[in-house]
Ligand binder design. Structure first.
Ligand SMILES: C[S@@+](CC[C@H](N)C(=O)[O-])C[C@H]1O[C@@H](n2cnc3c(N)ncnc32)[C@H](O)[C@@H]1O
Length: 293
């Protein structure tokens, strides 16, 4: 492994098992072996181009939502307290065109790095999932399912002007219509889906309580941290032990964290060094899921 690429970002000794590679302009390519179980700090659109083709068994993408919230402070309709939303810079795009271009460029590179029988999951809310679905179909992806995540504890519609949105949609797809031998563990699908038939409806809470990462002031570290249970379902239904999973927009690293606990390998990419720091910290306390399977 070329050691100049590997950087433990933080001076203090860490018990974290995950390695961090910091992407740089003068790095032209990454070998498969050096990126296994690593986080790459940098821009996914640049980094993906440097990865070898056809190496991933599964890809999970949790892209910016492009929520387009108004700039003014939103207040709850009854008690008038301020609503905490997703106001992060990473969620901002100047137009639908810019957002679509980002999603398209990302998906094009994802297709290149997927094995021929790999699957890809993309999660989003109504703000963007329809655009993403169209882009995927235009790029030739073949949609296997949409899985509806029904949240048992959704954020209410604080303004009281429309229904509370209690769902997110996951699109599950293969590279093209001809792909048949992808991994689908139907026993897990039956266990997780609503009803007795392994349906495409998953009912589970949003990430909260002790699972939610908070800083020393008690503030959420990441506004859209996904629940461990959601990633557990994604990984168990669509991968095998030892598989290599990619999350190119890793946030605080839920995908890799759960993948590791389930004996899968991962590569994660994230552009925000603060989040990468939290991923490392998270890995200091390994997750034990195996007893619960
Ligand atoms: C919706 S969040 C992912 C949350 C994640 N699933 C979790 O559970 O923590 C999207 C993430 O993508 C990152 N991001 C956005 N654009 C990026 C880019 N071009 N390259 C790398 N990361 C990017 C953001 O910093 C943000 O953390």
């Amino acid at each position: 492994m070329p050691s100049d690429k590997v950087k433990m970002l933080f001076e203090k000794k860490t018990k974290s098992i995950v390695k961090v590679l910091e992407d740089k302009e003068d790095i032209n390519k990454y070998e498969r072996d050096e990126i296994i179980n690593a986080i790459i700090l940098g821009d996914a659109l640049k980094i993906l181009k440097k990865l070898p083709p056809k190496i991933f068994d599964m890809v999970f993408i949790d892209p910016p939502y492009f929520l387009q919230l108004p700039k003014k402070t939103l207040r709850r309709w009854k008690v008038k307290t301020v609503v905490e939303g997703v106001y992060d810079d990473w969620d901002k795009f100047s137009s639908f065109e810019e957002y679509d271009n980002f999603i398209q460029s990302l998906l094009l590179e994802i297709k290149r790095v997927m094995k021929d029988n790999a699957t890809v999951w993309v999660i989003a809310t109504y703000h963007s999932i329809f655009r993403i679905g169209k882009i995927m179909q235009d790029l030739g992806f073949w949609i296997l399912n949409d899985v509806i995540w029904v949240k048992t504890n959704p954020m209410p519609n604080w303004l009281g002007v429309r229904f509370t949105n209690a769902t997110e949609t996951l699109i599950w797809a293969v590279k093209d219509k001809s792909v048949k031998n992808y991994t689908f563990n139907r026993e897990y699908a039956k266990e997780f889906g609503m009803g007795k038939v392994g349906s495409n409806v998953w009912v589970l809470p949003i990430c909260s309580g002790r699972e939610r990462l908070k800083d020393e002031k008690g503030k959420k570290v990441h506004s859209t941290q996904k629940p461990i249970e959601l990633l557990k379902r994604v990984i168990l239904t669509s991968t095998k032990e030892g598989d290599l999973i990619l999350d190119p927009l890793a946030g605080v690293g839920t995908t890799g964290y759960v993948a590791h606990a389930l004996n899968r390998n991962f590569v994660m990419i994230e552009k925000n060094p603060e989040y990468v720091k939290w991923i490392q910290k998270r890995f200091e306390k390994p997750l034990n899921l195996r007893g619960k399977l």
